[in-house]
Design a binder for this molecule. Structure first.
Ligand code: MCN
Ligand code: CUM
Length: 796
């Protein structure tokens, strides 16, 4: 366990001085972003550019009888009006989703969720386009919607996906993992079995910047340029190539600055395809930017899992088995984005951080008349749901056994000598040392003292709760042997060029949306070849400028592209060593790498810096035999396993017994993401994720009325947390490097969002113990807490 004080964050000026590598460093992208010089999709202005607006369905389920666009076409400034029928003629009415389903670009037969795309207008400006939407006359025949996911498979449920041949019900997929019989046998001999129904409600990533695109199709060159809010530019380009029938080298996808993604910008949305079609039919560049309501009602939601958790244990608190049954609401189209063999994402890690004997999960996924999505909102491919399930059910067990929840966890952790540890559902945890992380969190919290304080307060009728969660994530998808998205293997390219004067450019396939890649990837390269981060330009987000790779989500950038960056730098360093040996007239074996230069072993005065080597690599005179000129390399990195970060979180809440308002008084987060590249950025990631956690646990939910109207269509109704709702975060860390990652780093971008909701809910339930409450579903708004205190179940 590392407990040394981190050095202070450097200033921008210090950045220039900083010789190498890892440590706190202000973000290279911030001078641009903080001074308003960022360039987002909506900042793109092209000569003659037109504007696109989308007409969306007011109904959750309806047949499209007719669409009359004549009045809209005659409206001032309108250049084109396109309907599903127009697209059908072009073979573009439907597009593949990233989960091997199909989704309507514009509705032809039916609309299947409120907010679905029905037609679009391209006009001279945004206002003219919006105004013309009002003039499109759509006749709908309203159908009964399927809103309650529990009713989706009822024999008389209306059929949503009659577009799929032979489909007779709303079943989407079944999935199972673990061993049902073995698990049943262990449950049968357990002293204690606890069962709890747990709902992870539908939430939305709601990034500050909504989704959008600017499409520019050049009919003469047959070339498409698309600026878009995408977390995965290369994967999107391949999909456009397939959908539009254009060759990839004629498509350039550019993801400029992105104002938050959180998984919302992984899928391909109909709007992107509409912008492309709009540019093709008008012959002009076309911009589409959705508004806040469009983003909330129609783009990738997250969660929506109804789970039944069961846990079996001995009387003295040894956990034996965990079993769960999940009903997953996928909305109208399976628009989630998970590796093909993992339709439920990585939910299979629901056995958590515990050494148990058996586990089993059975999942049924269904279609409903709601927006598509599923994998989004810092979910680590559904590990959010898995961690919430296991950490809630472990707390239920602690309550049943009347055991301290920290003690129960400590007693069941996978032990350090058990790593690599294969779980009962087949995941190989690469490394971990859980107890020190847990102990550190307890120490920062002053756990024993908090329990004493709670006892005193309970005696006075005050409601104080302490909640714990401990998580292990699986991030860094993934080994290409079993992970691909639509047949594209999940490996990442990376390219490094060192210029004659010793400045460098590293080209990445991943794309930051706020995570600070321009800084941390420069640090990784700096650490390996000793060029200061300030001299290393990070190029990303443009398919013409960067090697192929699968993009940023599932906290995979550091585990996959971070490894690629380290290895490509080592490749360059190996070449530099050959050149250095010629410059110093010694053999390669006689050279030693000392941050930034090669020295002759035992004679440090004889040395050449990487900058001198770079000049030599490009300069006059011969190079050693077999060494080509230049100093650059390229790599495609295929990880051998995922990385498994972990963390211990403790939350302290106070609840006002008169109003049932929950206040998060303290929150302690101790994270272990292996080797830490930039502790300041890691803390930023953790702070943001914890804030997400407060939002989900206490405020956020996308719900629907019985007609399928979305009740969270604006930020007036969909509440997201601000600085007022969150405490001063107390963070700590431990370092357990990943054994298979070249620098030992694990991902961290989603850890806090994954780990914090159960800690908060566990704290609220703990506070309500005097009322006999054993569980309450998120979001724990005052009305839900009030209901729980009065023994009333919350309506779904
Ligand atoms: N890092 C580090 N040391 C480590 C691990 C990570 O210094 N051991 C740094 C990385 O170099 C990177 C950042 O922390 O700068 C996050 O790295 P990583 O964990 O690899 O995650 P990704 O870069 O792949 O980011 C994706 C992740 C996801 S999936 C969501 S969702 C999310 C998140 O990041 N969306 C975000 N954090 C976000 N933060 C912002 N500001 N905006 C979003 O949209
Ligand atoms: Cu699951 S949200 Mo992130 O993986 O982009």
């Amino acid at each position: 366990m590392t407990t040394v004080e981190e050095p202070k964050t450097t200033t921008f000026d210090d950045n220039d001085q900083k010789p190498v590598g890892f440590g706190r460093m202000l973000r290279k992208e911030d001078p641009r972003l903080l001074r308003g010089r960022g360039r987002f999709t909506d900042d793109v202005q092209l000569p003659g550019m037109l504007h696109l607006a989308i007409l969306r369905s007011p109904f959750a389920h309806a047949r499209v009888v007719s669409v009359d666009t004549s009045a809209a076409e005659a409206s001032p400034g309108v250049k084109a009006v396109v309907t599903g029928e127009t697209l059908k003629g072009l073979g573009l009415a439907w597009m593949p989703t990233l989960s091997n389903d199909v989704q309507a670009v514009l509705a032809t037969d039916k609309v299947r969720f409120q907010g679905q795309e029905v037609a679009f207008v391209v006009a001279e400006d945004r206002y003219a386009a919006r105004d013309a939407l009002e003039l499109i006359d759509v006749e709908y025949e309203v159908l009964d919607p399927v809103i309650d996911v529990r009713q989706a498979l009822a024999p008389d449920a209306p059929l949503i996906r009659d577009d799929l041949e032979g489909k007779t019900n709303n079943h989407c997929f079944d999935w199972e993992t673990g061993d049902a019989d073995e698990t049943e046998a262990v449950f049968a001999r357990a002293d204690v079995v606890v069962k709890q129904d747990i709902v992870y409600p539908r939430v939305h990533p709601a990034p500050m910047e909504t989704c959008g695109a600017v499409a520019d199709f050049d009919a003469v060159e047959g070339r498409l340029r698309l600026w878009s809010t995408t977390q995965a530019p290369h994967a999107h380009r391949t999909l456009y190539a397939i959908v539009a029938g254009l060759p990839e080298h004629k498509i350039q996808v550019i993801a400029p600055d992105i104002g938050g993604g959180f998984g919302n910008k992984v899928p391909i949305y109909p709007g992107y395809v509409c912008a492309i079609v709009g540019s093709i039919v008008t012959g002009k560049p076309v911009k589409w930017m959705e508004d806040r309501s469009e983003n909330l009602i129609s783009t990738g939601f997250a969660r929506d899992y109804i789970m039944r958790g069961e846990i079996a244990a001995t009387r003295d608190g040894k956990i034996l088995a965990i079993r769960t049954n999940v009903l997953a609401d996928h909305g109208a189209f399976n628009g989630t984005a998970a590796p093909v063999k993992y339709p439920a994402g990585f939910f299979g890690v629901f056995t958590g951080s515990y050494d148990i004997e058996a586990a089993y999960c059975k999942m049924t996924a269904v279609y409903t008349n709601k927006a598509p999505g599923g994998v989004a909102y810092a979910c680590s491919f559904r590990i959010t749901e898995a961690v919430y399930l296991v950490e809630r059910i472990v707390d239920c067990l602690a309550a049943e056994l009347q055991m301290d929840p920290a003690e129960l966890r400590l007693k069941n952790f996978i032990q350090p000598d058990q790593f690599p540890y294969t779980t009962k559902t087949g995941w190989v945890y690469d490394s971990g040392n859980y107890e020190p992380t847990m102990r550190q969190a307890m120490e920062i919290a002053g756990y024993a003292e908090l329990r004493r304080e709670q006892e005193e307060k309970r005696a006075r009728g005050e409601l104080m709760g302490i909640g714990i969660s401990f998580f292990t994530e699986a991030v860094g998808a993934g080994p290409r042997k079993n992970m691909d998205i639509l047949g594209l293997g999940m490996a990442d390219g990376c390219e490094l060029r060192v210029h004659p004067t010793g400045k460098a450019v590293v080209r990445l396939s991943v794309k930051t949306q706020g995570q600070g890649h321009e800084t941390t990837f420069a640090q990784i390269v700096a650490e390996e070849i000793g060029i200061p981060p300030a001299d290393i330009e990070v190029v990303h987000g443009d398919t013409d400028q960067t090697p192929f790779g699968l993009g940023t989500y599932g906290s995979r950038s550091t585990p996959v592209s971070g490894a690629a960056a380290a290895l490509v730098a080592r490749k360059v360093r190996d070449k530099a060593q050959l050149i250095a040996s010629a410059m110093l007239e010694v053999t390669v074996a006689d050279l030693e790498w000392v941050k930034g230069s090669f020295q002759v072993k035992g004679d440090p005065a004889k040395a050449v810096t990487i900058q001198q080597i770079a000049m030599r690599a490009h300069g006059a005179g011969d190079l050693p035999d077999g060494v080509e000129g230049g100093l650059e390399a390229q790599i495609c990195y295929n990880p051998s396993n995922l990385t498994y970060p972990h963390g211990a979180y403790i939350c302290v809440v106070d609840i006002d017994p008169g109003t049932a308002q929950v206040k998060v008084r303290r929150f302690i987060a101790v994270d272990d993401c292996g080797t830490r590249i930039n502790p300041m950025i890691i803390e930023g990631q953790v702070h943001g994720g914890l804030t997400d956690g407060v939002g989900m646990a206490l405020m956020e939910m996308i719900s629907f009325d019985e007609d399928g109207n979305c009740l969270g269509a604006s930020l007036m109704d969909y509440l997201i947390p601000t600085s007022l709702e969150v405490p001063d975060w107390e963070t700590g860390y431990t370092v357990t490097p990943s054994p298979h990652h070249p620098i030992g780093a694990k991902g961290v971008g989603e850890s806090a969002t994954v780990g914090s909701p159960p800690a908060i809910v566990n704290a609220v339930v703990d506070a309500l113990q005097p009322y006999g409450v054993r569980h309450a579903d998120m979001p724990l708004t005052p009305s839900r807490v009030w209901d729980a205190m009065r023994g009333r179940a919350t309506p779904p």
